[in-house]
Design a protein around this ligand. Sequence first.
Ligand code: S3P
Length: 436
Amino acid sequence: MSASITFVAKSSKALKGKIRVPSDKSISHRSVMLGSLANGVTNVRHFLEGEDSLATLEAFRQMGVKIDGPEQGQLVIHGVGLNGLVAPKQPLNLGNSGTSMRLMSGLMAGQQFDSVLIGDESLSTRPMQRVVRPLTQMGASIEVTEGGLPPLEIAGGQKLVGINYESPMASAQVKSCLLLAGIYAEGKTTVVEPGITRDHTERMLESFAYPVQKTGSSVTIAGGGELIATDIVIPADISSAAFFMVAASITPGSDIILEEVGINPTRVGVINILQKMGADITLLNSRNLGGEPVADVRVRHADLVGIEIPKEQVPLAIDEFPVLFIAAAYASGITTLHHAEELRVKESDRIQAMADGLTTLGIYNKPLPDGIIIHGGVVSGGQVDSFTDHRIAMSFAVAALGATGEICIRDCQNVATSFPGFIDICQSVGMDITSV
Ligand code: S3P
């Protein structure tokens, strides 16, 4: 891991400006995966040059794919076709990126060669049985540690057959893993989910002319098709925009515009939840960008109120809860979250990490097995830990905006996994934050 970085964030006056936050991480990963396996040359614009998506890119280079760039967000991927990857000479190191590991496990299970997927300290503690179990049902042969953790040792040359999988969890990573394995399987693979999750894989497969059938919460893919290269433009990441949605909402006088934000209906939980809390958020200039809906998002200060977060919004806002907890801390009244046990197995245990930090900052809260209760109040200064989780680090930077003292946030180096240039963008809208 790179050297430890501490953020020092202080209160600020009204936030103003027009910014484009970095591009969508989920879509960036998928552009490299599908572009690499397509026949022909795929041009990608606005690729996220964050450590996670770069780890995916590097892994495909190690499997013989020629990828030019990224140069100012542009990639040229010389696709090798579904059977054109070559055996990597060493384990594929996917760093901090759970998405790379879970999605690639499906792809690697369909190859003719063996592979090993490894990650950093945090990724090495993240559960992999959720993908290993159904892949094994499809005929894959994958070794994990006794506790179901990485590394993943994936045997090549296995015959995969399509399955009908009722997923016990609403997870786009599990769904995507199985759809990608389904490309290599005989027959049809169907995934049925208990809730709606992000559908970037399905959309991008269609952009690469690979048919998928969707009905309600079920999606089906047939094996043996072909991906045809295409051009991809990646929108700004709503998960990164979320920090500024909350920042502007809680800071009196603020009025900012977040440009070209992906507003895919499977990702807009953060907007729905904030609006329910009373936020002043307007979508301007809604349009389509390469198969994904985008809009410019205007956010003005508003007085927020605590709410009970609706269950159906949870998978639609799964990465945004850390910063939504900051909104809850600044809201009047009580905010309650349930049905979000998944937060405990993200890059950190996000319920405990946020509970600890909020307590340090004087905000009463009660962590629950599947969520948290937060009482809005006065946020004080203090020293908090990010537990090397990028989204915890950025959330506490936002928490400083109306705090009575400065907030020091330890171990913020992983902000670079999803949001390169975070400090500069914060400063450009008037936030007082530095890194040491
Ligand atoms: C992602 C899916 C989500 C999300 C992660 C990215 C994806 O995980 O938390 O940051 O790109 O498919 P789950 O699907 O496991 O909830």
